[in-house]
Design a protein. Sequence first.
Length: 238
Amino acid sequence: MSKENRIRSLKGKIKISAVLKLETGLHIGSSNDFAPIGAVDSPFIRDPYTKQPIIPGSSIKGKIRTLLARSMSNSEWLNDIDQDCEKIKNLFGTAEKNAPRASRLQFSDLAITAASLENLEAMDLDTYIGEIKFENSINRITAIANPRQIERVPAGTEFSFSVVYNVEDEESIKEDIQLLADGINLLQLDYLGGHGSRGYGRVSFRDFAVEAFSMDRDYGKQLADMTQELTTILEGCC
């Protein structure tokens, strides 16, 4: 097996936690195969057990990677994903045939914080922990309106953000975390989910916390000593 196709050894893990706050209503859609008359045309994704809205980790990961790729592109056009720069491939992984790499980042789905859930359950909302936003698209030729109902998670809602970083190369830790921080900063200046051009999906991050673990106790102490510096890097994006 070639060196490029081998899985790197795992020297430790770094867990990054934060609070993600919705500055404007958020819509990350789910399918609605059957919509009776009067039902919401485009509901948001809910946890099938709690029925509470969630933010898929894949949505965060994909958005941050795309924003970084667009910002670091050497062309006026966004490149194919297998042509991302090496820094992005190392951090987010790549499935390219000749040199696949696993992602160093493991994003978790985001659940509503307990405090936000308590506040929202006490509010008079259109749906369970949701608001209905009426949107119209206008046909330019006929001038006929096409109204639709979009379900949003209300502004002010807070979610628990968590991502785990696999330590494979000690020399890359700070550079990788800085790249992640840059991506988070880009996300805060952009939007998450759908309808961002209409003001949906503005988010902010706060209260970063960093933890470290390694099976090698001595190396684990080295990682622990680094956590405050990594926290400072992440706080710089807020």
